[in-house]
Design a protein around this ligand. Structure first.
Ligand SMILES: Nc1ncnc2c1ncn2[C@@H]1O[C@H](COP(=O)(O)OP(=O)(O)OP(=O)(O)O)[C@@H](O)[C@H]1O
Ligand SMILES: [Mg+2]
Length: 266
């Protein structure tokens, strides 16, 4: 199986990129894959902190599975072109050193910068979580309520298109773009129905596919300080509840939409 680079991206902040990146990483580790992680949002460093906290827990529980992590900072050079060049070198050098892994999972910031753009251009898959809101949708595509044909890609969609072009020129490979709703309310609402309908209608035209999303669940946020996830629940000593089982299903659905099965099931 060739190595797969998965980038979590959305220029909207706080949509769940770091949280879902961490949960995907742990799911992959539990399936016996070799996983490297890269934080290109190193200034904020949520992903790095999550992994650092996990490293702390591992001191008392050596069986905890870890990815190999790198925090990658943006170039501090003054000239835009020099810093773009340095960022490109930093990413390509790092990815060149991670060829022995099955997956490289990259977390990016909720804003636009050159390091993040370049990371997107190296991806095989981009996963974009968005919240259950037309404001979040507006950052992907601008549509008018009365005319779904009157649409225009927004800045993030344009950025993804540009990086798809970059990748195609560089190595003739394509990037699979997945959009999913995160922090869904537990009840199906008219708002979500409308949002899912619009997403379905737009996906072909904007060039992404939709995947099952994640509900708003305490378990997705309560284990940050220990660096653990619901998959580590035995270690965390958490009680299994229906919500945890449903959360596992959501994670499994994400793996399925990425065509990932267990390494041993291959
Ligand atoms: N499914 C979920 N259920 C409950 N809380 C969630 C869920 N997903 C994310 N969160 C919470 O939402 C907040 C934002 O999540 P996170 O930091 O992962 O987003 P982000 O997209 O990485 O943000 P940024 O753009 O700032 O990097 C955090 O408080 C996180 O704990
Ligand atoms: Mg983040």
């Amino acid at each position: 199986m060739p190595r797969k680079i998965i980038v979590f991206g959305n220029q909207k902040g706080g949509t769940g990129k770091s949280t879902l990146a961490m949960h995907l990483v742990v799911s992959l580790l539990f399936k016996n894959y070799r996983v490297a992680t890269v934080d290109v949002d190193a200034r904020q460093g949520t992903f790095s902190r999550y992994i650092e906290n996990r490293e702390g827990s591992k001191k008392n529980a050596p069986e905890i599975l870890m990815p190999d992590h790198t925090a990658l900072f943006e170039s501090g050079l003054d000239s835009a072109s020099a810093s773009e060049k340095e960022n490109f070198e930093r990413i390509s050098e790092l990815l060149g050193s991670l060829t022995d892994y099955d997956f490289v999972v990259i977390d990016t910031p909720g804003n636009d910068n050159s390091l993040s753009r370049i990371a997107h251009s190296f991806s095989d898959v981009i996963i974009t979580p968005m919240n259950e809101s037309f404001i979040d949708l507006d950052l992907l595509v601008r549509i008018r309520e009365l005319d779904a044909n009157d649409l225009k890609p927004s800045i993030y969609a344009e950025m993804v298109w540009n990086q798809k072009k970059e990748r195609a020129i560089r190595d003739k490979m394509s990037i699979d773009w997945i959009v999913l709703i995160n922090r869904m309310s537990s009840m199906m609402s008219k708002n979500r129905q409308a949002l899912e309908k619009v997403l379905g209608a737009l996906s072909k035209r904007i060039g992404f596919r939709s995947a099952t999303g994640f509900k708003e669940r305490v378990i997705f946020r309560e284990l940050f300080l220990s660096g653990l996830t619901l998959l580590d629940k035995n270690i965390a000593g958490a009680q299994t509840s229906l919500s945890h089982i449903a959360a596992r299903h959501e994670l499994n659905d994400l793996l399925k939409s990425l065509n990932i099965s267990g390494k041993d099931d291959d």
